[in-house]
Design a protein around this ligand. Structure first.
Ligand SMILES: [Zn+2]
Length: 161
């Protein structure tokens, strides 16, 4: 997927400085001691959430990578039916859980556009050459996000954490 709009990253200005000063100027953006779900638990967690949003007709592989990336949040590899999520930001460490889930839904929307456009009242995949995100893609992603928000608003149905 394409990265979010660029955020100000003060640490980047210090690239090329010696290691010691780079460490000093790297300002933490989140409070220490914040709980992060282990990277290994993310794929099972996201897989458990998905059927409440949409039941995929065709399964996909899911890989959550701990390799730090600067801009890339995830990817969908059509030929392998593989969804890959990058859990760690090079500068800021672990990406927040809901941001990762957002990326997951984005990549799942790519999978669904290819494998079951008819589930979203489309005759075929809407992808046009040279454009990564079709109108159909955004409709699918919007639908997935909307369903997820509706689930969040129903406390009786809330998932156990
Ligand atoms: Zn994308």
């Amino acid at each position: 997927m394409e990265p979010n709009p660029p955020r100000a990253k003060t640490a980047r200005q210090h690239e090329g400085a010696d290691a010691a000063s780079a460490v000093e100027t790297h300002k933490p953006t989140r409070p220490p001691g914040r709980f992060d779900v282990p990277v290994s638990a993310l794929a099972p967690l996201f897989r458990a959430r998905l059927p409440r949003i949409h039941r995929c007709r065709i399964d996909f592989d899911l890989e959550v990578s701990a390799r730090p990336t600067a801009r890339v949040l995830g990817g969908y590899y059509r030929s392998r039916r593989l969804v890959r999520i990058y859990a760690v930001d090079r500068d800021e460490g672990r990406r927040p859980l809901e941001e990762l889930f957002d990326t997951f839904l984005h990549e799942v929307a790519h999978h669904l556009e290819y494998t079951e456009p008819e589930s979203f009242s489309a005759r075929a995949c809407g992808r046009v050459p040279g454009r990564m995100h079709s109108r159909l893609f955004w409709r699918i992603l919007g639908e997935l996000k909307y369903r997820w928000i509706c689930i969040q608003d129903r406390p009786a149905d809330a998932e156990t954490r």
